[in-house]
Design a protein around this ligand. Structure first.
Ligand SMILES: Cc1cc2nc3c(=O)[nH]c(=O)nc-3n(C[C@H](O)[C@H](O)[C@H](O)COP(=O)(O)OP(=O)(O)OC[C@H]3O[C@@H](n4cnc5c(N)ncnc54)[C@H](O)[C@@H]3O)c2cc1C
Length: 409
């Protein structure tokens, strides 16, 4: 039995690793010349490791924590909490965040139960928290991470369980989150082809035929397609993208995000700070000794509007300027700033998925249902775990189980 996995992000590599351990012959095609996809770590000149993509691994992210344990990769706490960010110099209490999110969730559930019709995230926050909702820490945190226009994002998709907020410190992999991918890669080599994109998919007499970018073809008993959502439409589907998947994908959008990483002249007490009027935040994370921070500051901007307001088309200067005003406690190393804009990454084309207004719960089930010998994986197929590293890993495990069922293994 042989299986092709397209995409060597965490979803594809997890699926490939799980199938490999079941004795399946696996071949992984990866368009880039590196593995990891949106798990993309970088070492600054001062030696600090920063994450250009997925960073925070929450306490309840069990699938990725399980994988890290299996690969003997330690997780280091950030020393800042993801959900309770200081804003305008004030740190909201856990109870304040919890109460605001519980109100938004309660409003959303009850309106959906009464009227059925979906509505926008902004509408839910406005109705539940009142006209000043945009200045509330719970809202700023939520829409920054949403990375999409909150007037277009679905309350049914994003808010029904939004009161389940972990306040424990999130963590990151020692050596960088991309290490999770490179460890899997080293176990799967030589089955991983870098610089090899899948450009076409066909099924023929129960077999899958994948066309590669070099013009060659690969036939397999099944295929796992673990590419970012926007890349699915750039593949030439000889028989068309399966209809149930196409309909489900129409109900999802793909957000926009950028990150800034810069070296620090010296470590400082770990802290986070959310911008009060815009969807970006910054943090300097605790180092491994838990005494000071690593010598780096990172910032995340979610959504396209904030990227315009930070003038990212003009490069890093405007964001650095705002960061220095937001974080007078830090001394940035001149010339060390690195901006990563995911919209411009040809093999990602954005940040991560979100539900559009009108989203229905059967979307998740449709994306998870195999079509013949074709199986989808990736964060966008991970239901309530979508948009996370953990969701990518969970989707890879689920896709591998589906393939085993398809092949009666
Ligand atoms: C800026 C940013 C910040 C984030 N922060 C967090 C966070 O703090 N915590 C968290 O949990 N998550 C975070 N995420 C989300 C997380 O990074 C993703 O959900 C996760 O990494 C997605 O993994 P994946 O395997 O589904 O997709 P990807 O990692 O995108 O992997 C897909 C792979 O497919 C390859 N590919 C594409 N097309 C083809 C093709 N035709 N042929 C072959 N290969 C192809 C790509 O090159 C890529 O390697 C963040 C994401 C971004 C962008």
């Amino acid at each position: 039995m042989n299986v092709v996995v397209v995409g060597a992000g965490l979803a594809g590599l997890t699926a490939a690793w799980s199938l490999h351990r079941s004795g399946v012959e696996v071949r992984v095609l990866e368009a880039r010349d590196r593995v990891g996809g949106r798990a993309f770590s970088h070492t600054l000149d001062n030696g600090a490791v920063v994450e250009r993509g997925g960073e925070f691994i929450e306490i309840d992210h069990h699938a990725i924590r399980g994988l890290c344990a299996e690969l003997s990769i330690p997780l280091i706490p950030h020393g800042v909490t993801f959900h309770r960010r200081p804003i305008d110099g004030e740190t909201p209490t856990a109870a304040e965040i919890q109460a605001a999110m519980a109100e938004v969730t309660r409003y959303s559930r009850s309106r959906l139960a009464r009227h059925g019709a979906d509505f926008a995230v902004d509408e839910a926050f406005a109705s539940a928290l009142g006209s000043s909702f945009r200045s509330q820490p719970a809202y700023r945190r939520f829409v920054t991470s949403l990375a999409a226009d909150p007037a277009e994002a679905s309350a049914r998709h994003g808010l029904l369980d939004a009161d389940q907020v972990p306040f424990e410190h999130a963590a990151r992999a020692r050596g960088g989150n991309q290490r999770i991918a490179t460890e899997l890669w080293s176990r799967l080599e030589p089955s991983v082809e870098l610089g090899s994109a899948a450009v076409g998919v066909a099924t023929d007499s129960g077999r899958v035929v994948i066309a590669r970018s070099d013009g060659s073809e690969l036939a397999a008993d099944a295929a796992v397609l673990a590419v970012p959502m926007p890349l699915l439409s750039s593949i030439d589907w000889r028989h068309g993208l399966p209809e149930p998947w196409a309909r489900a994908l129409d109900q999802l959008g793909f957000g926009h995000a950028a990150k800034l990483s810069a070296g620090l002249i010296a470590g400082a007490p770990p802290r986070a700070q959310q911008a009060s009027q815009a969807s970006w935040w910054s943090w300097n994370s605790m180092d491994e000794t838990a005494t000071t921070s690593v010598r780096a500051v990172s910032a995340f901007a979610g959504g396209s509007a904030v990227q315009e307001s930070l003038n990212l088309d003009g490069g890093a200067p405007s964001w650095i300027d705002q960061l220095e005003r937001q974080r007078p406690d830090l001394s940035l190393e001149p010339g060390s700033a690195l901006v990563t804009r995911w919209d411009g990454e040809p093999w990602t084309r954005g940040a991560y998925s979100y539900g559009r207004v009108g989203w229905e719960a059967d979307v998740d089930e449709a994306l998870r249902r195999p079509q013949g010998a074709l199986v989808l994986a990736g964060e966008h197929t991970a239901g309530t775990l979508a948009g996370t590293l953990n969701g990518a890993v969970a989707s890879g495990n689920r896709a591998a189980a589906d393939v085993r069922r398809l092949l009666s293994l």
